[in-house]
Design a binder for this molecule. Structure first.
Ligand SMILES: *Cc1c(COP(=O)(O)O)cnc(C)c1O
Length: 398
C-alpha cells in the first residue's frame, strides 16, 4: 500500500505548485516570434506584472532564474569599484552580496542573523557613517527564503532617507512577489528583483527587474554595462526583438500570461489575504505542536514572518526523517533547511521549510499539516496533538 499515490504537493519554497491553467497554456506548438499573437501578448504582460508589484515603472524580462535577475540588477546599477551596503537576514542576502563582490563591488555587510529582520537603526547608522556617499545601493531581501524572515522595506527606505543618503534601494522580492504584500512605489523601492517560479506560479526560467527613474538615471551614468544584462532596450517595447536579447522565451510567456490572469481574477489584495490566512494556519499548528516537544518556528514574532515560506526547527536528525516520512507516505515534499546549517553539519538535519506560495489553498495546507502531524506521530517525535484543529480554526474564522 502506498498512501502517497495521487496528486502530489511540492511544498518547497520554489519552484511552487503550477496551476493546470499555466500547464495548459504552455502545451502548444511553437509560435512565430517575429509577428503575430506572441508580440501583443508579451507587451500585454508588462502592465499586469507592474500591477502585481504595485509599480508604474519599467520592467525588464530576462530568460534567467532569480540569480540571473540578481546579476541583471547589479549590472545596471553598480560598476566595479563601487560600494554597496548589503543587508542579510539569511542565505539569500549573503548570496546576492557575494555576487556583488564577485562583480567587483566593495561590499559592506550588515548581518541581522537568521532570526531577526533588517533593523532600520543599524542601516541608518551605516549610511550616516558613509559621509562621502560612496555607497551606491542598499541590497535588501524582502523575504529571505532560507529563514522565512520578512523585512520591512518601507522602514529600510525611511532609514535611507533619515540618513539623507542617495543610495538606491534594491530589493530581492523573488519569494515575496504575489505572496506577501509588496508596494514597490509606495515603499520607495528603486529596483525590485523577482522571478517566475514562486508566487508567479510559472516554471523557473524568467527573471524580472522592475526599476524606477532614479535607477534608470544611475544606469545612464555607467560607462559600460554587459550587453546581455543591459535593461535599456529590454524595457522598451519599441525594440521588440531586443526585448529578450534574442529569441523570446515563448512557452514561459504563455504560462506567465495564464498565471497573471489567475492573480488578477482573484485580485492581488485577495491573493495576499489568502497567503496570510494560510500562513497563520500553519503557524497555529506549529505553535500547538511545539507546546510539548522541540518543534519551533524559526521566527518568533509573526510580524517578521513571511506569508510565502515558513522555516522550522526540529532537533537533528528528526527534521530530515520527517521530510522523508511525509514524502514516502503522504505525497507531500517539504523543503530542506537551506542555510540554517551547512550540509556537512549534522545540525543540517534539524531544519525544514514549508513552501506555501502561489497556487495553494486551504485543503492543500490542511492536508500538508495533517501529513506532518501523522509523521510526528509515526516517528514518535514529541509534540502536542491538536495542531490540525488549531489550523482549521484559523481557516474557519477567515
Ligand atoms: C528563490 C530565491 C532566490 C534564487 O532564485 P533562483 O531562481 O533559484 O536563482 C533568490 N532570492 C530569494 C529570496 C529567493 O527566494
Amino acid at each position: 500500500m502506498s498512501l502517497a499515490s495521487g496528486h502530489p504537493y511540492l511544498a518547497i519554497p520554489g519552484p511552487s505548485v503550477m496551476p493546470d491553467a499555466v500547464l495548459r497554456a504552455m502545451h502548444r506548438a511553437s509560435p512565430n516570434i517575429y509577428e503575430g499573437e506572441l508580440i501583443g501578448m508579451t507587451i500585454g504582460l508588462l502592465p499586469d506584472l507592474r500591477r502585481v508589484a504595485r509599480t508604474r515603472h519599467l520592467v525588464a524580462i530576462y530568460i534567467a532564474n532569480g540569480h540571473g535577475a540578481w546579476e541583471a540588477a547589479l549590472a545596471n546599477t553598480v560598476a566595479p569599484g563601487d560600494t554597496v551596503l548589503a543587508l542579510a537576514t539569511g542565505r539569500f542576502g549573503h548570496g546576492w552580496a557575494k555576487m556583488a563582490g564577485d562583480l567587483g563591488a566593495t561590499v559592506e555587510m550588515v548581518d541581522f542573523g537568521k532570526q531577526s529582520p533588517a533593523d532600520p537603526a543599524r542601516i541608518e547608522a551605516a549610511l550616516r557613517a558613509d559621509t562621502g556617499h560612496r555607497i551606491k545601493a542598499v541590497l535588501a531581501t524582502h523575504v529571505d527564503t532560507s529563514t522565512g524572515i520578512l523585512s520591512d522595506m518601507k522602514a529600510v527606505r525611511a532609514a535611507i532617507d533619515a540618513a539623507g543618503h542617495p543610495a538606491l534601494l534594491m530589493a530581492d522580492c523573488i519569494a515575496s512577489l504575489g505572496c506577501d504584500r509588496l508596494e514597490m512605489d509606495a515603499w520607495g523601492i528603486d529596483v525590485a528583483v523577482t522571478a517566475s517560479q514562486k508566487g508567479l506560479m510559472t516554471p523557473p526560467g524568467l527573471g524580472f527587474v522592475l526599476f524606477n527613474d532614479r535607477a534608470a538615471a544611475v544606469r545612464a551614468g555607467l560607462d559600460r554595462v554587459s550587453p546581455y544584462w543591459d535593461w535599456t532596450r529590454r524595457a522598451d517595447p519599441e525594440f521588440y526583438y531586443e526585448y529578450f536579447g534574442g529569441t523570446a522565451p515563448t512557452h514561459h510567456l504563455y504560462g506567465l500570461r495564464a498565471a497573471l490572469d489567475l492573480i488578477h481574477a482573484e485580485g492581488i489584495e485577495a491573493v495576499w489575504a489568502r497567503h496570510d490566512t494560510l500562513a497563520r494556519a500553519i503557524w497555529a499548528a506549529a505553535d500547538v505542536w511545539g507546546e510539548a516537544g522541540a518543534l519551533r518556528l524559526n521566527v518568533a514574532d509573526p510580524a517578521h514572518r513571511s506569508r510565502a515560506v515558513t522555516s522550522l526547527s526540529l532537533p537533528a536528525p528528526k527534521a530530515t526523517e520527517l521530510r522523508a516520512w511525509v514524502a514516502a507516505n503522504a505525497g507531500v515534499t517539504l523543503g530542506i533547511g537551506l542555510g540554517m546549517a551547512e550540509a556537512a553539519d549534522p545540525a543540517w538535519h534539524g531544519y525544514f521549510r514549508i513552501g506555501h506560495m502561489g497556487h495553494v489553498n486551504a485543503h492543500m495546507v490542511l492536508g500538508m499539516l495533517g501529513a506532518i502531524e501523522a509523521g510526528l506521530a509515526a516517528l514518535d517525535i514529541a509534540h502536542q496533538a491538536g495542531g490540525i484543529s488549531a489550523a482549521a480554526q484559523v481557516i474557519g474564522a477567515a
